[in-house]
Design a protein around this ligand. Sequence first.
Ligand code: NAP
Length: 371
Amino acid sequence: MAGAALGHSVKKVRRVAVLGSTGSIGTSTLEVAASHPDRLEVAALAAGRNRELMRSQCERFRPGLVSLADAEDARWLARNLSYKAEIHHGAEGLMACVRHGDVDTVLAAVVGAAGLASTEAALRAGKRACVANKEALVVGGALMTRALAEGGGELLPVDSEHAALHQLLAGRAPEHIREVRIHPTWKMGPKITIDSATLMNKGLEVLEAAVLFGLKADQIQVTIHPQSQVHAMAGFTDGTYQLQVCANDMKLPIQYALLWPERLVGPVPPYDWFQARAWTFEAPDLTRFPCLDLAYTALRLGGTAPTVLNAANEEAVASFLAGRIGFWDIPSCNAEVLSALPGGPAESLEQVMAVDAEARRRARAWLDGRS
Ligand SMILES: NC(=O)c1ccc[n+]([C@@H]2O[C@H](COP(=O)([O-])OP(=O)(O)OC[C@H]3O[C@@H](n4cnc5c(N)ncnc54)[C@H](OP(=O)(O)O)[C@@H]3O)[C@@H](O)[C@H]2O)c1
């Protein structure tokens, strides 16, 4: 399989660095680790500002290596831990957790651009990177693919649709894959709700799938499936489809990525077949949801075009949430910035971040003219 995410290896005990351990994905990861103490050792924990939660996580899992965003919080933690650990801070602290010889698996769940460099470093260091951080794949897709090829690590998706696709596509020859289908999900939070309403979230996931599995734009389809029970489908050249179904619980894709290719009894009960009375599937209306169409445009343009679209969208959604623009200004802003700045090659992290900054600048200028 040519896709970036379909490597293979098994290890008895995985020594895991959880980046973003105090967040939603991070805490779920620690629940998964707690249910497999003989297979998953928490070797390192890294987070931002929540030092109290970090302290209790440390006391429970006793990692030898810890990092917080801020130097003062790191000093506070050193004074308040009941055991001796190596304590770092800032972007370098994240890197120390990724690169440490005691770590062979990195669960990348730091939100936003702060997670990009550490995810790339994990792949470059030849480790298993279990990637929840969408931005790393959408904004820095080409960099991650290169780091994976050059570093010889493994890239396992944690986003639920992409973990589903990994399960459906592992071991399949690319010429046998006609298309994949992903569906809107149940995720909450202000930004994700707006992105779901515009279908931009689905657009970002289309871009993510292209990077992970080496698929072209016309091989990735989006289907509206209001019950959110089927996470993804794979259609093969002979006309057969396979569907992936499981409970709506992020602990499942997290455990899948950490322990792949093994399937062990974990903290989530099996799927309840009688919970949803019916499954329905509909085609999205691209004229009503121009953001999805823009994601396909960015995918076809390639290079840094997905970076531009993501940056414009983040600025537009922030303006909408602040009450400065209307809902339909979001796709207009995204389209405007993408056509003004169609992107170029993505050679380095610095270059990608410079494009991201320029796209944000243009988006803000457009949005200021609107409000
Ligand atoms: N939640 C989901 O269901 C879900 C599903 C699929 C994909 N994802 C993706 O997974 C990623 C994480 O999502 P989440 O929902 O877990 O987010 P979240 O709850 O906001 O957690 C973010 C984590 O990142 C840490 N962090 C923020 N800035 C940091 C920095 N500069 N250095 C170190 N750590 C930093 C936070 O630490 P503090 O809280 O201590 O400041 C927190 O631990 C996102 O990219 C998201 O799109 C989430």
